[in-house]
Design a protein around this ligand. Structure first.
Ligand code: ADP
Length: 320
């Protein structure tokens, strides 16, 4: 059985609905829908839903409160492995709220500075590393990186290099969120270490433009020439996906078109669900272009639904 570990933060999500009556003052009490989401977690969910024979494990930390218990139950309901979901004695999960205005525009507010997930490295020891070294892929994102406490970064990179030496493929998606970084320079430095470590790179053009100020696929490909990746999959929104692969003796480049969705409802999780489809398909032995085709279909489906995680039955009626 193929085995993937995904390190990141899952948060408590609160979503407000648009004001129910135009007369209601903004100070009036509101109903909130509570669920759970986080980029790496979203990827894990879609990967497992699509590839049930793959062992998909979350690597994160939560607390001992009711939200944490419910979050772990959510992981279990999605059949994610929880052996590496650690329990902090004194922290609780991060929280974020999505507010929708009367035009359907979303805004996000985060309470995550002191979350349990930020302390993940305090739970990683030699035993953890030796089990994780048996995995096929280890995935993390720029958000995971920003969440790891700055004083733990050295330990984090040492951990990644041990997994790599053990033969685990390292997969990374940029997912740049400026709020998580003290400066652009700091984020760039950390991302450069990730690019060096990664075998599979899954950047989106918009993210890349926001941090490295390169906004064409050609410039991004040039930039990555300095790194020794095996697969570079560049997500270019509704246009296409560039797929580059290289071995010691061979280099390939392929472009897979995207069929644009006519009625986009919510792009949250487009890139995350893409990553789940892609990594799952690659582990199942599909070619790079077949894997991208599937990833495009999954992301195209997800953006026609509200929220990061599409209802299970709706999803399984489309992808079986
Ligand atoms: P990210 O969320 O990482 O910024 P993108 O916006 O590039 O990534 O989108 C991720 C994937 O979602 C794309 O590669 C594509 O498969 C799919 N996608 C995004 N926008 C559309 C769209 N309008 N129509 C169809 N598919 C889309």
């Amino acid at each position: 059985m193929k085995n993937i570990y995904l390190l990141g933060e899952c948060m408590v999500e609160l979503m407000t609905a648009p004001a129910q009556t135009e007369q209601a003052p903004s100070s009036a009490p509101k109903d909130l829908k509570q669920s759970f989401a986080g980029d790496v977690f979203n990827t894990a969910v879609y990967l497992k839903r699509l590839f049930k024979d793959t062992q998909v494990n979350m690597v994160t930390a939560v607390g001992n409160d009711q939200f944490s218990d419910d979050m772990v139950s959510f992981f279990e309901a999605e059949h994610l492995g929880t052996d590496f979901v650690f329990r902090s004695e004194d922290k609780i999960p991060g929280l974020y709220a999505i507010q929708l205005d009367e035009h359907g525009e979303r805004s996000f507010t985060y309470w995550r500075n002191n979350s349990a997930a930020r302390t993940i490295m305090s739970f990683i020891n030699d035993d953890t590393i030796s089990t994780l070294s048996e995995g096929d892929i280890f995935f993390f994102s720029g958000i995971s990186l920003g969440v790891v406490l700055p004083e733990d970064r050295e330990k984090f990179w040492c951990f990644i290099s041990k997994l790599k030496v053990a033969g685990v493929k390292i997969a990374f998606d940029l997912n740049y969120r400026h709020q998580l970084w003290a400066s652009k320079q700091e984020a760039r430095e950390q991302f450069s270490i990730a690019f060096k470590a990664a075998d599979i790179l899954l950047p989106g053009v918009d993210d890349f433009a926001a941090i490295f100020e390169l906004d064409t696929v050609e410039a991004i490909i040039d930039y990555f020439n300095q790194y020794e990746y095996q697969e570079l999959i560049i997500k270019n929104g509704e246009q296409n996906v560039y797929c580059l692969s290289q071995t010691a003796s061979d280099k390939k480049q392929d472009i897979v078109d995207v069929t644009p969705v006519e009625h986009v409802v919510d792009t949250t999780s487009a890139g995350d669900s893409f990553n789940g489809g892609y990594l799952g398909a690659r582990m199942a032995g599909h070619s790079i272009s077949q894997s991208v085709e599937l990833a495009n279909q999954v992301a195209g489906f997800v953006i026609q639904h509200k929220g990061a995680i599409v209802d299970k039955s709706a999803f399984s009626s489309r992808f079986n």
